[in-house]
Design a binder for this molecule. Sequence first.
Ligand code: NAG
Ligand code: NAG
Ligand code: NAG
Ligand code: NAG
Length: 471
Amino acid sequence: MEPPQQQIKRTQKNRGFYVRMKLLQHKHGRPHEKSCFFRYYKWLLWLSLTLYFFSPYLITTTTNTNTNDNKNPTFLSKTRVVSASSRALIEFTGSDSQSHILQQTHDQQGLLSSLKDLKIYVYDLPPKYNTDWLNNERCSNHLFASEVAIHRALLTSDVRTFDPYEADLFFVPIYVSCNFSTVNGFPAIGHARSLLSSAVNLISSEYPFWNRTLGSDHVFVASHDFGACFHTMENVAIADGIPGFLKKSIILQTFGVKGKHPCQDVENVVIPPYVSPESVRTTLQRAPANGGRDIFAFFRGKMEVHPKNVSGRFYSKRVRTAIWRKYGGDGRFYLQRHRFAGYQSEIVRSVFCLCPLGWAPWSPRLVESVVLGCVPVIIADDIRLPFPEAVRWAEISLTVAERDVGKLGMIMEHVASTNLTAIQKNLMDPTVRRALLFNNQIEQGDATWQVLSALANKLDRSYRRSMASSQ
Ligand SMILES: *[C@@H]1O[C@H](CO)[C@@H](O)[C@H](O)[C@H]1NC(C)=O
Ligand SMILES: *[C@@H]1O[C@H](CO)[C@@H](O)[C@H](O)[C@H]1NC(C)=O
Ligand SMILES: *[C@@H]1O[C@H](CO)[C@@H](O)[C@H](O)[C@H]1NC(C)=O
Ligand SMILES: *[C@@H]1O[C@H](CO)[C@@H](O)[C@H](O)[C@H]1NC(C)=O
């Protein structure tokens, strides 16, 4: 039944130690880096073996000589370097109470221990569900492209298993946002539900895994406006609701609000919108070296002077209209209503970047501002932001209530004269930027990594583990 390639992969599955080592490395495809990595890897292996044999000595001496052992710099820096192998060490030493010292260092770093040996099976669906759509180049680059990026990253990741019987979770790769047409000027993803339901029919009839849990260990991406409701207009999204066949599954979605909402009434993880890491790198390379930010407040995008009343709803709840009307002529504000491909070069020149709601509360501006070092000014009441454990949003952004949009100028001036420097400093933290970008191959701490880390907290849904623990 299995293609030969998959059988080969299976024989590798017990090499957990090696796999863990690999997971901790940044996996750039560039060849010279690769050879460098392997040299480093050998060294790591040597060091970890040494540490393995001498660890009881090391640990006892450090605890004896320094009661404040967690702060001992030489010991800590050593365990950092060998963090992957010391994880294996912990497993060797088992219940040894001294292993707690090592364990703590890991939890602080939030590294591999958080993935709990998560194993994901990625369904190999016919191309009409995914890769066919890539003929349209926009498909893998637009703001909804996390559905493509997560799939790609999983295919080469070490959490992927080729044996569905040892999987904790099942990833169903469907690109529903590629065919993002505009019907009468409004965005439409009308085909999404039928595409999804056809894929679910396929996997539930051809594989036994869907039926045994009714999909509760299956993972889908819903990266457009109202997530699991698969519609771009909130009223229609709510009326349609989440497709019945998805209600038990895990949805990775850009949409998130605090409190109840029919479109997040499902197990979910809020993910950032997709911004191409290459475009960010290019923008940063081209940015002036001294990084002067000569624009005080920046916004480029749709700003209707007279928003249409679409079944009782106005675009951006008229927030963008209010901004345009009040600050359109204000010299501190650089507001542009037309598309411009080079807008990222404007973000690197800006101090504050406005991130008002559109049809949905979230926008790609949230990510673009952060990764380009512009303080995001979030104007979207009750928005639930991605990866709150990795990104402390309150420390890197400014939140303005929708009803206070008329005081925007005053609020920003106040921050500029008080804590702007502190916010900008927090924003420079590379771990924050990394957490919001999806790379084609997983990098430690990047957006796909954060997704996996969130999924690792849902292992109670793993059929395999529940079977193992009930025996
Ligand atoms: C793309 O979406 C539109 C509207 O939702 C739909 O009519 C069309 O059939 C879709 N195209 C394909 C190739 O599925
Ligand atoms: C799963 O359940 C559906 C509906 O009951 C059924 O049609 C399908 O054949 C089942 N799949 C398997 C693999 O048994
Ligand atoms: C918007 O349209 C709805 C009906 O679609 C109507 O009930 C409501 O009064 C309109 N609101 C405004 C401010 O025009
Ligand atoms: C900066 O000041 C504003 C307004 O006084 C406050 O709301 C915000 O929490 C402060 N942010 C930081 C990171 O100190």
